[in-house]
Design a protein around this ligand. Sequence first.
Ligand SMILES: Cc1ncc(COP(=O)(O)O)c(C=O)c1O
Length: 458
Amino acid sequence: MGKEFDSTPQQVPAVATAYRTICTAVPHPDSLQHIERSRRFEPLSMRGMPPIVWDRAEDIFVYDKYGNRWLDWSSGVLVTNCGHGAPEVRQAMIEQIQSGLIHNYVFPSEERPALAELIASLSPEPLKKVFLLSSGSEATECAIKLSRAHGIKVGGRRKIGIVGFERGYHGRTLASQQAGGIRGQKEWIVNLDPAILNAPFPDGYWEKDSSFDGFLKAIEQGGMKPEDIAGVIMESYQGVGPDFAPVPYIKELRRWCDEHQVLLTFDEVQSGFGRTGKFWAFEHYGVVPDLICCGKGISSSMPLSAVIGSAAVMDQFPPGSMTSTHSGNPVCCAAALANIRKILDEDLTGNAARLEPVLREGCLEVKRRHPGMVGHVTCSGLVAGLQTIKADGSPDHDLAHRVVELCYQKGLLMFAPVGAWGQTVKICPPLTTPKAALEEGIAVLWEAFDQAVAERSS
Ligand SMILES: Cc1ncc(COP(=O)(O)O)c(C=O)c1O
């Protein structure tokens, strides 16, 4: 968050294990030219990741050109659920490219409805219509639009309120960022829409009160009434963690939405497609939303996202008026079809569920070793987060950053720390990860935390 990793080549101890190889200075001096070119020609915002120039990525590994190989705990950014560059996904894309059809806008094709049908078959009743888009932000923007349109239809022009959650994240476009709850990221908007509110997110850690009253109060404090609200949008788990809301809270929320004709959207952009040990993360709550937004793990590769809902909600706009230039690009669809089949055929969701206790225990061990420095630890399937704290309990971005840096130097790859204060070391390996690789990664994580903490006291 806002801080760069040092890209000066560092001589670090060599690593040669079953899952990691570090055999040069990192980053390799020859790769600096690419980092410098990126600095020159890309915006500042594109910096901030550990300085590996990716050459290729296969299954659970990321390689540079110089013989180094990282065990991946990033999945890109929770994208490569079925592994990086899965042969089935690549083959499907090659065949699609060779078929001669690589773009067809909204004209009919075979691939788009085939994917829509497969996704619909994996979604609960009555969510059987699937609108394909390109990015997660587009999907959440679309869910907000569908919710407002529906609100106006059932309650008139005052029923346009959207409730998101504090510390939530739904993307960086206008409405998605407003519905999200990271204050610092909204300063550029200035004239925030007064009908887009944030309620406290009941994670039980930063927000101690996990009763549903907090939600009702937020609406009241925003000067609105239930009849003014069109939609509620919530990540199935908040990405900063994974932080889930308590099940009774969500059951109450579902009941409240039904009572007031409010559409409930679960944002599954990072949590869907098996990540948490269930195909959809909202299954942990035992309720069905009105809209699902998904992306990332949908294709394990190509830019694709989807909004899923009932016909009543999805068919609100007439022909030609809810489209996007790249809606359901055929190469992206081919990749997604192969990816989803692989997730199902190889029971990668089950693998995530089976490995959850190993990952959770590994993370809790870090907290046991450094109780005053690791505050909140959460894990679900193959996603976990360790939130680092200072002595006064406030978030400690520097510690999280150093841990990620040390892991990178030891051949374990994570993206930069996340969370409203950049305090979370986030672990999200591909769902193809075997137990032995996960255990090796955990041992590296322990080493990195021990070292980062020891540096503090030296
Ligand atoms: C929960 C959630 N929603 C939406 C988005 C935005 O997706 P994209 O970056 O594809 O626009 C993200 C991306 O990290 C996300 O994690």
